[in-house]
Design a protein around this ligand. Structure first.
Ligand code: HSE
Length: 408
């Protein structure tokens, strides 16, 4: 019999308990052992809850119980999740987590600790909700040299953008609905300002390129400045604006991770990924391109990924199965976002001389209206696009939007 504990009884933690008891027999068959939830850790009271007898308020009961072989950490935030996870791993208890903030901040330390204690730190649920992406990246696709990974990694922002475009819903109403549906972070600024997607691309980058990439080394811009006029113009031109998290390996050996709104051309399948769905496109020398797609947030989709890892923990008890990456002392292997090259979309206000500047930079006008002139450039670096923006400003025209076009 394998007994496990669930840390945190919020949206994801309660989903783990619900899905476990719903599919208990099937899960046990796959794990090859009888299983049960012995403890649920939460500082709140849940009177009348069917699992009331399992609730504890401190981690001590869990780490000092030799029957516990696995833990599902669904607390979120760095502390106290970091301390609790360390305590579990030090006792040889495998931990499966949905906590991307913790993995992005301390993944290197926790993976090392798991290895030292002959157990596992699994984090499939930390990226892409229900989508299997962590294990495919470090196992199924391990034979490839990965030149890039790009994805829609935040369900809340994708849901908001879809509701705004398709249902004409206001930003705040769409965000409120995402919160009610349990998609958004406790503080939704982490979603709309791109920090959640940033943590996820840090995890992918660390996993793929083998060195811990810290969130503060990744350029991050959310969706708060996206204008409906641009969404509509881009849609007519042949693409969708999405919040994209991307990392690529450069010829100079550095990596370039970032999060920002980008135009995804309609010929790229990711342009059709809507609502709370996420997608991750991996480009490698063996596979060419592979796309992973599914529900990126929500109670049961995320619980599915956590439980998948708990089952792995039970099957591989006392065997180190999880991936490792090196700690990094500095950010020198992370390239400046200004070096990133893309076709750029501009919206500028019209004036007499702006068309000559557009012409000089090889720009192609795609729309002219009272909202301004929209044009796309040839492929250029962000550095160069800033020079173009400066000369447009110097001509007396306002630069309203600059959005790069995704290429992977
Ligand atoms: N707030 C996150 C999202 C939850 O919307 O994608 C899943 O990580």
């Amino acid at each position: 019999m394998s007994k496990f504990a669930v840390l945190g009884y919020g949206v994801v933690g309660s989903g783990v308990v619900e899905l476990f008891y719903k599919n208990k027999e099937k899960i046990e068959k796959k794990a090859g052992d009888d299983m049960d939830v012995k403890y649920i850790l939460d500082i709140r009271d849940f009177p009348g809850n069917p699992y009331e007898s399992k609730f504890v308020k401190t981690i001590d009961a869990i780490v000092n119980d030799s029957e516990i072989s696995a833990v599902a950490e669904c607390m979120g935030g760095v502390e106290p999740a970091f301390t609790f996870t360390k305590q579990c791993l030090e006792k040889g208890i495998s931990v499966s987590t949905s906590n991307k903030e913790l993995v992005a901040a301390k993944g290197d330390i926790l993976l090392k600790l798991a290895k030292e204690n002959n157990c596992n730190y699994f984090f499939e649920a930390s990226v892409g909700g229900a989508i299997p992406i962590i294990r495919p990246l470090h196992r199924c696709l391990a034979a490839n040299s990965i030149d890039g990974v790009a994805g829609i990694l935040n369900g809340t922002t994708n849901f908001i953008l879809t509701k705004m475009i398709e249902d004409g819903m206001k930003f705040d109403d769409a965000l409120k609905l995402a919160q009610e549906l349990g998609y958004a972070e406790k503080n939704p600024a982490a979603d709309i300002e791109g920090h959640d997607a940033c943590r996820k691309i840090c995890i992918i980058s660390s996993l793929v390129y083998g060195k811990h990439v810290y969130p503060d080394s990744v350029y991050t811009k959310g969706i708060t400045e996206i204008k409906l006029e641009d969404v509509q113009t881009v849609n007519k031109w042949g693409g969708a604006i999405k919040l994209i998290a991307k990392v690529s390996e450069l010829e100079n050996g550095k990596i370039l991770p970032f999060v920002m709104p980008m135009i995804v051309p309609f010929e790229n399948l990711m342009s059709h990924v809507d609502d709370v769905f996420n997608a991750v496109m991996v480009s490698g020398d063996g596979i060419d391109k592979t796309l992973f797609y599914g529900r990126g947030a929500g109670k049961l989709p995320t619980a599915s990924a956590v439980l998948g890892d708990v089952i792995e923990s039970v099957k591989h008890d006392k065997t180190v199965f999880s991936q490792m990456w090196d700690s990094s002392e500095n950010n020198e292997f992370v390239e400046d976002r200004k070096k990133y090259e893309a076709v750029m979309y501009f919206r500028v206000s019209a004036n007499d001389s702006v068309k000559a500047i557009i012409n000089n930079c090889g720009g192609n006008i795609i729309d002219e209206s009272a909202d301004g002139i929209c044009f796309v450039t040839e492929k250029m670096s962000f550095e160069k696009s800033e020079v173009v923006a400066e000369s447009i400003k110097n001509s007396g025209s306002e630069v309203i939007s600059i959005i790069p076009v995704l290429e992977i």
